[in-house]
Ligand binder design. Structure first.
Ligand SMILES: NC(=O)N[C@@H](CC(=O)O)C(=O)O
Ligand SMILES: [Zn+2]
Ligand SMILES: [Zn+2]
Length: 346
């Protein structure tokens, strides 16, 4: 197959940042995606509905005029979040989800949740009104090995939360392990899981073998090959619970190429090309549309996009930018370490 037409994709986990970075990266997502769940981990975070309205305006102002791109806003859950504000934001159509960051788990998560008891009133309200919770699923205890933090989170936090509040819709964000795949499959339709592009392509060797490569460092950190294979099997299965969340997470190069570099992979410009490559390798191009364009809207109770895109496979490798500029600083684009032959037709 060298041509594939699918409903226009959505990105169910995206970091657009703010200011010069927002202006640099937003057009890349808007070029290939119709909608995206916008992560709220700015500094300071997007905590209230008022914050989300203001951030949405800044995003719209950063987009070229006619993209039709719709940012789906989220609130950053803190121990001070008011159930009434969350409900009002949902009823007014401002917010599509609430994001749970365990405090200290990832970039700008220090205002996140330390004690889940403190946010139970918000979670109960969300369960009542049908508002999904997006979860960064890693424990933060320093004695837990970083490669085990997702599996331990499932056991210690997620599984008990599911039993306590089965009505709450939960998205396991950016799963990186077979444990995540297996847990999602063990749950009913109120649990979904996003999978990133880069976790389908790299395992932990990309970060550590033959030299330390900060542009492959993200959280949750890429795991062993067996986990990557489990993620590929899940993403290409067509199962409704698995859908794309690129977790495209730009950081300026100087902040990644550092003695203590930031976590995050910026993949917005070439994500669709990478995914077509992966699905072709898995002989599953017929499942790409479910993963990028159908399963996510179904989970969130939205209709798929009516607009369509065409992916074209070229004989020669296609070009994509190796970096984008934000002001005077560069942001490196994800390098899948193989030539890309697919492109999205203009
Ligand atoms: N994924 C990452 O490595 N980084 C994300 C945060 C997150 O999604 O956990 C970021 O905001 O930079
Ligand atoms: Zn995260
Ligand atoms: Zn993220």
């Amino acid at each position: 197959m060298n041509k594939l037409e699918i409903a226009k994709p959505d990105d169910w986990h995206l970091h657009l940042r703010d200011g010069a970075v927002l202006e640099a990266v937003a057009p890349h997502s808007a070029a290939h995606f119709a909608r995206a769940i916008i992560m709220p981990n700015l500094v300071p975070p997007v905590v209230t509905t008022t914050d989300a309205i203001a951030y949405r305006e800044r995003i719209m102002a950063a987009l070229p005029g006619d993209t039709g791109f719709k940012p789906l806003m989220t609130l950053y859950l803190t121990e001070a979040t008011e159930p009434a504000d969350v409900e009002a934001g949902f009823r007014d159509g401002v917010i599509t989800a609430v994001k749970l960051y365990p405090a200290g788990a990832t970039t700008n998560s220090q205002s996140g949740v330390r004690d889940i008891e403190k946010v139970m009133p918000v979670l109960e309200r969300m369960a009542d009104i049908g508002l999904p919770l997006c979860v960064h699923g890693e424990v933060t205890d320093s004695e837990i090995d970083i490669f085990d933090r997702e599996a331990v989170f499932i056991e210690r936090v997620l599984s008990p939360l599911r039993k306590r509040l089965p009505e709450l819709k939960i998205v396991m964000e950016h799963i990186t392990t077979k444990d995540g795949v297996d847990f999602a499959r063990s749950q009913d339709e109120r649990v979904g899981a996003t999978i990133t592009t880069h976790h389908l392509i790299i395992n932990r060797n990309a970060i550590l073998a033959g030299g330390i490569r900060p542009h492959y460092y993200c959280l949750p950190v890429a795991k062993r090959e067996l986990h990557r294979l489990a993620l590929r099997e899940a993403a290409t299965s067509g199962e409704a619970r698995f859908f794309l969340g690129t977790d495209s997470a730009p950081h300026l190069d100087p902040l990644k190429e550092s003695a203590c570099g930031c976590a995050g992979v910026f993949s917005a410009p070439n994500t669709m090309a990478c995914l077509a490559h992966v699905f072709e390798e898995e002989d599953a191009l017929d499942k790409l549309e479910a993963f990028t364009s159908l399963n996510g809207p179904a989970f969130y109770g939205l209709t798929p996009n009516r607009e369509r895109i065409t992916l074209i496979r070229e004989d020669e490798p296609v070009d994509y930018p190796s970096g984008v500029m934000a002001g005077s600083d560069r942001i490196t684009v994800f390098d899948p370490m193989f030539p890309l032959h697919w492109r999205v037709a203009e």
